[in-house]
Design a binder for this molecule. Structure first.
Ligand code: PEP
Ligand code: MG
Length: 852
């Protein structure tokens, strides 16, 4: 009610009329800005969201008031004006006010063909969009003759049982009503909600005097923009079509004229230099005064320009970054605003690895390239298996006939998705792009043998579940094995934007990186260090897996020591490589935390392989696997429990870390390694490990004569470690929260098995989200804040961080900032997103905006 007093339902847009995007929509507000910038905008009236809601419910505003500014013979257009232009709205309707009388008058003034063409176009759009008649009946005829006009009017009368309306006010009322109702339609609502519109989003409408674009003299219409929407580079683009209306020029193909000089045909720049000059001037004014790259819709009527509308140029993610940076570089917006303008999720499109184009390709087949980037992983055929694979940190490719919403969590967990069915707008393709997940769809010459769990290629080759393939979502190729990749290249603007983000950011961002390749990616993305190096992952591959298994299978300390002697140089080289790549930045190395089942063979063939590798009888291997197998491996002989039971394992790792420290510090920046103890639940575990590691450090110092520092910390991932954080922190320089295990143990929810019922749980709103994806602020978050408080009580300067998979998400970063944590650590590809999100949260905090 109060809003109605400030903002009446009907507003003539003038320089100082009270208007707001949240009342009249973005288009109406933008038109007012254009008027303020003295652009030649035809007379326009705005209807508020409330007015349009009223229209949908049958309460038409005073049409006399709406029509008054347009004079006695109005010819009008109506366009939608939602709060955010991305939320869409019904299509524009032009030429409202065309009647038999108006047609006769225009025939005399501008020529019969032109006037008839306009009338026919109006009848067509009115019949189809307002009266909802069959579009086929109202196809626009090729020749705008009087006879064709009669046919259209008769067809309307035949279908509607009444003559085509001849009163402009009545035409306008019907147009307004149909547009207001269309906004309430189910598909319109779903579409805008998918783009983030609130359920009660309003629609405004703008009623504007037609600037005809058709008639005597130079007449036409066109669209101009000043950037390339794909790259964001400065470039004048658009088309102009003589004797046309609306956006016809864009659909006219070769019939339309270029704007700038072009060898392919005539241009506005050459044929109408003053118009071209004025348009470029308007573009520049929009850029500097509206502080945005706008696409301008214009008409020429007898040589005179009218600006009908200006919208933000729709653009790719790369262009969004480039435009934001260019506007800031030109002093048009502040750097802070440039940082706020880019959606962190959009960055992911720019961040993908690609298959090395110079490497040989073992192509299995190809399908539709549906989401860019490439990834390799083991084949899994169900979403549950994808989640289980992710829980084991084993990269996988989800292979399905087609995907459905049931599969979303599996898609989240997979490195890439491959489907046999579907096209570029299929579920897999849309979701894949949304997640920034490499995706190939419609690879129809592949078949899945469900029973045998195999993927059959057109040449007869067959791939079992667990075999590694590569999905190249950029080319559409599916390749056998793990293809060599090249890392995503960051362009200059991307780097600039993130460098600015770093200036505003107030929480550190590190990467979880296990291999030199990961570390290199982390470094390229300017991670401030490695927050988690899972050392057992260094042993997942080929020959090394054998050595790891030998260690696990050793049944005496002597045997284990012998294997550890072989592991030592491997680990030393691994750590030296990480230190070298990170150039003095902190590297946090987690001591072994192998849930043993991840390293044991699961089937007969695996057992046989292992027997061969270890030179043991199959029966012996069977017996040992049995002896080692646990009912609950995730709660079994893992982490520090392994370290305490077989202390020589952690001794070896500590030695490898310190020797690598000495080596890397001698040739590069000094290294201060961080050593992290996993799965701690009692202070005494930390004390015991610390004593041994201190002894190893002293021994390495004595042997090498080198001095170095190191920090010992604890991975807090059991509820008890949270509860006892004060004691634990007394022995730990840092506490890093492993929110994966902590979520598992807080909920009593298996990381490997939750996929089976998670969808049902989320659907029933038992959990609002899968807590392994979205940090559970209410429960796990409470443990974190309590542990942080207790940890600080035990050691005020203790460094706090999160290194579980949640670390890169905006909501987790928001939480960590509020708790005063020092950094988050996330997978290398999420580092840029995390840097940007963290900066946006800090800026929003300062500006008191709510964006979390
Ligand atoms: C965790 O538990 O959160 C964690 C980071 O460690 P992992 O996933 O290796 O168990
Ligand atoms: Mg863990």
């Amino acid at each position: 009610m109060q809003q109605d007093t400030i903002y009446p339902p009907v507003t003539l847009i003038t320089v100082d009329a009270p208007m707001s995007p949240s009342v009249h929509g973005g288009r109406a507000k933008c038109l007012q800005r254009l008027i303020r910038l003295e652009m030649p905008v035809p007379t326009t009236v705005a209807l508020s969201f409330d007015a349009v809601r009223g229209i949908a419910q049958g309460q038409m505003p005073d049409l006399k008031q709406v029509l008054a500014p347009f004079g006695p013979d109005p010819l009008l257009s109506v366009r939608p004006s939602s709060e955010d232009p991305d939320w869409g709205g019904p299509g524009a309707i032009l030429n409202i006010g065309m009647t038999d009388a108006r047609h006769a008058e225009m025939c005399a003034r501008m020529g019969e063909a032109e006037a008839t063409a306009i009338y026919l176009r109006f009848i067509q759009s009115y019949a189809v969009h307002v009266a909802r008649l069959d579009p086929e009946v109202f196809d626009i005829p090729e020749h705008p003759t009087g006879a064709n006009l009669r046919v259209a009017l008769d067809a309307y009368e035949y279908e509607m049982d009444e003559a085509f309306p001849q009163d402009p006010a009545c035409q306008l009322a019907e147009v307004l009503r149909s547009m207001a109702r269309a906004w309430d339609g189910t598909s319109a609502r779903l579409l805008r909600q998918a783009k983030g519109a609130p359920a009660n989003a309003g629609l405004g409408l703008v009623v504007q005097a037609m600037a005809l674009g058709v008639g005597p003299g130079e007449c036409g219409s066109g669209v101009i923009q000043f950037i390339d929407e794909a790259t964001g580079g400065q470039r004048i683009k658009g088309r102009y079509l003589a004797q046309s209306q609306g956006r016809e020029a864009l659909g006219a193909g070769t019939g339309a004229m270029f704007l700038t000089r072009d060898p392919r045909g005539p241009s506005v720049e050459e044929t109408q230099p003053e118009v071209f000059e004025a348009l470029t001037r308007f573009g520049e004014i929009c850029r500097t005064r509206l502080r945005e790259e706008m696409q301008i819709e214009f008409t020429i009527e007898d040589g005179k320009i009218a600006i009908l509308d200006a919208v933000r140029v729709p653009r790719s993610s790369r262009a969004a970054v480039r435009v934001a940076v260019a506007l800031a570089d030109d002093g048009i917006i502040a750097r802070e605003e440039a940082v706020m303008r880019v959606d962190p999720a959009a960055l992911s499109e720019m961040l993908h690895r690609q298959v090395d184009p110079t490497a040989p390709r073992d192509r299995i087949t190809s399908g539709i390239a549906a989401s860019p980037g490439a990834a390799s992983g083991r084949i899994v055929f169900t979403a549950n298996d994808a989640q289980a694979s992710a829980a084991r940190s084993e990269p996988c490719v989800l292979v399905r006939w087609e995907t459905s919403p049931e599969d979303i969590r599996g898609m989240h967990a997979a490195q890439a998705v491959l489907t046999m069915r579907g096209g570029i707008t299929s579920h897999a393709a849309v979701i894949g792009r949304g997640l920034g997940l490499p995706c190939v769809v419609g690879a129809s010459d592949l078949t899945i043998d469900r029973k045998k769990k195999r993927l059959i290629a057109p040449d007869g080759r067959s791939f079992a579940e667990g075999d590694v393939i590569t999905v190249d979502g950029t080319s559409g190729d599916i390749l056998a094995g793990e293809a060599p990749m090249i890392e995503a290249a960051l362009d200059e603007e991307f780097r600039a934007l993130l460098a600015w983000a770093d200036e505003f950011r107030d929480i550190g961002v590190r990467a979880n990186a296990d291999t030199p390749a990961d570390a290199q990616t982390a470094r390229n993305f300017k991670a401030q260090g490695i927050g988690l190096c899972r050392t057992e992952h260094m042993f997942f591959e080929g020959d090394r897996l054998v050595v790891m298994r030998e260690m696990i299978f050793a049944d005496s300390q002597t045997e284990r020591r012998a294997v550890l002697d072989r592991l030592l140089p491997m680990q030393r080289a691994d750590f030296a490589a990480l230190f070298e790549i990170m150039q003095g930045k902190p590297v946090c190395i987690r001591l072994f935390d192998p849930p043993l089942h991840e390293f044991l063979p699961v089937d007969k063939a695996g057992m046989r392989d292992l027997a061969e590798q270890l030179g043991l009888a199959l029966a012996d291997v069977n017996a040992r696997v049995e002896a080692l197998s646990e009912y609950n491996p995730m709660l079994g002989m893992r982490g520090v429990r392994l370290g305490l039971t077989y202390p020589e394992i952690y001794d070896m790792q500590a030695r490898a870390i310190f020797e690598a420290t000495v080596e890397a510090s001698a040739s590069g920046a000094p290294v201060v390694p961080e050593i992290m103890i996993p799965l701690v639940s009692a202070m005494r575990e930390v004390e015991i490990v610390k004593t041994r590691i201190d002894a190893v450090a002293a021994a390495v110092k004595a042997e090498t004569g080198a001095e170095f520092d190191y920090r010992l910390g604890v991975m807090v991932e059991t509820p008890r470690a949270c509860l006892r954080a004060a004691d634990i922190a007394e022995h730990a320089a840092f506490l890093s929260f492993g929110t994966n295990d902590l979520t598992q143990m807080t909920y009593g929810l298996s990381r490997d098995d939750a996929g089976r019922f998670m969808s049902a749980y989320v659907k029933a709103h038992v959990y609002e989200e899968d807590p392994f994806h979205t940090l559970d602020i209410d429960g796990v978050g409470e443990l974190l804040s309590m542990a942080a408080e207790r940890g600080r009580a035990g050691r005020p300067e203790v460094i706090l961080s999160v290194c579980g998979e949640h670390g890169g998400s905006r909501s987790a970063i928001d939480f960590c900032r509020k708790q005063g944590f020092d950094y988050v650590s996330c997978s290398p590809f999420r580092v840029p997103l995390a840097r940007l999100s963290a900066a946006q949260l800090a800026i929003a905090d300062r500006l008191e905006l709510n964006i979390s």
